[in-house]
Design a protein around this ligand. Sequence first.
Ligand SMILES: C[S@@+](CC[C@H](N)C(=O)[O-])C[C@H]1O[C@@H](n2cnc3c(N)ncnc32)[C@H](O)[C@@H]1O
Length: 360
Amino acid sequence: MAARTALRRALRPVRSSAFTHSEQQLRFTRPFSTTLPSRAAPNTTNAPDYAVPDPSRPTHFGFETVTEGEKRERVAGVFTSVAESYDRMNDLMSFGWHRVWKDHFVASLNPGFSPLTAGPDPRGPQHILDIAGGTGDIAFRMLRTAHELNGNTDVRVTISDINRAMLTVGKQRAESLPASHQAALSFVEANAENLTQTRPLHAYPSAVEPTTHDAHGNSEQAFFDPATATGSIPSSSVDLYTVAFGIRNFSNIPAALREAHRVLKPGGVFACLEFSKATRFPVFNALYKEWSFRAIPLIGQLVAADRDSYQYLVESIERFPSQGEFRDMIVDAGFVVAGQGYEDLTGGVAAIHKGMKPRA
Ligand SMILES: C[S@@+](CC[C@H](N)C(=O)[O-])C[C@H]1O[C@@H](n2cnc3c(N)ncnc32)[C@H](O)[C@@H]1O
């Protein structure tokens, strides 16, 4: 009974007004499924397994069709290019709303309290993996909530990203955090689609510099090269997996979801904050699209001298699946979801999706 209550708390479908954890949030529109859905059954046919990355398989980069391999390189180019202006641009493009969404996302996850994976004491050790963590916005909030609000200093956060430039900005920002938060943080380069190959970040002085040089003077690309991996994220080692505004940039989303499922402990939670569809409110949606497609590339051009990267960002939002479609992908990866599986923010401009890796 206690475990079931804890399960409900961890996966409750939070509502947009919620910065507190009211009893109302614990109600569900339908009960939990405690077994894996049949769609998660192993692939026993000869059909291609789309959750296995294939660099030559077609996918999309904004409105263009490219291969998975080409998308990875071009996305890396975008984030290398925007890394130093990324935080300022986020504020300008969203009128600061991204901060509210991120605060709410983190509050809804209540880091530092993990009743489903921590053993007898829900305030026990917790490992949070923030994938596509970029410049650290989610990870820093996680630590503040866990250490200061929940009083649990036994929480460590790994910020992982494919792009060294973004992580380097994050590492520089982390220098202004309290020493105890810095000690609980680690920065890791990895592709979310294959977390068996990682390496710790060796930051370089400027995020603008797209390449570094190895000991032999050979240039290295700014995004993670699996051939240089020195470590991995073990299976069933993570209590909470987060990804904010990252997953739509992945070349192979099912592969990343499968990896999320692998690295999470049974009872661990997958949580994603991403731009989504505001189609329930047609007038608002039309205004929002006008803003996105007209203003954002222009702001990118004026503020960051980079129109193309911001054009890609708005196109990638448009191409991302709807709330229901993405929820189905999460279920297909083997997660169980509560209620409808997601919460709309600001009329669906963004959405939070959550799923739990079943305990048995
Ligand atoms: C829009 S930023 C989000 C950063 C941060 N999570 C935030 O909310 O501010 C997207 C991030 O996804 C990262 N990314 C893109 N493809 C990735 C992949 N395959 N694996 C890991 N990270 C990836 C990019 O390098 C970039 O840092």
